[in-house]
Design a protein. Structure first.
Length: 141
C-alpha cells in the first residue's frame, strides 16, 4: 500500500476537508501544482480554481476561491476564503451573480457608485467557476 498524503482544507467558517488521499492538484498563481506524499516543503499562493483530490482512482473537485497552501512533512494544508462541493452550489444564484458582474464590467461602472473593476471581474470569475463545476457534476452523474 502506497503512503497517503494528508490534506486539510480550512475556511473561516469550518474545516472543509480533513483526510488522506493519493494526490492533490491545486491551481496556484504560477499554474497547476500536483502534490503527492513526500513532496518537498512548499508554500504558495492559490488562485481561484478547482482543487482536484484524487484517492483510490476517484477524483473529487471542489471549487477553491484562492488562499494559501503549505506542504510539509505532515501533509498539505490549505487555507482559503471559501471552498464548495458541486452539490452545495446554488446554480441560479451563481448565474444571477454572473449577470450582475457582466453588467458592471460592460457598463464600466457608469451609473454605479463606487465601481471597482477588479471586484467585478473577481465576482464574474467566481460565478463562472461555480457554474462550470455544477455542469461537470451533472455530466459525471
Amino acid at each position: 500500500m502506497a503512503n497517503k498524503l494528508h490534506l486539510k482544507v480550512v475556511t473561516p467558517s469550518h474545516v472543509f476537508f480533513d483526510g488522506d488521499c493519493d494526490m492533490v492538484i491545486m491551481k496556484t498563481i504560477d499554474g497547476d501544482t500536483g502534490v503527492l506524499y513526500g513532496h518537498q516543503p512548499l508554500t504558495t499562493v492559490l488562485d481561484l480554481g478547482y482543487l482536484r483530490i484524487i484517492n483510490d482512482g476517484d477524483e473529487t473537485m471542489p471549487t477553491l476561491l484562492g488562499g494559501f497552501a503549505k506542504v510539509n512533512e505532515q501533509g498539505l494544508t490549505i487555507i482559503s476564503d471559501a471552498a464548495e462541493w458541486a452539490d452545495e452550489i446554488d446554480v441560479e444564484r451563481a448565474v444571477e451573480s454572473m449577470h450582475r458582474a457582466e453588467n458592471r464590467i460592460e457598463t464600466h461602472g457608469k451609473n454605479i457608485a463606487h465601481y471597482d473593476e477588479e471586484r467585478a471581474e473577481a465576482a464574474l470569475h467566481r460565478a463562472m467557476l461555480r457554474i462550470d463545476l455544477s455542469k461537470i457534476k451533472k455530466k459525471n452523474k
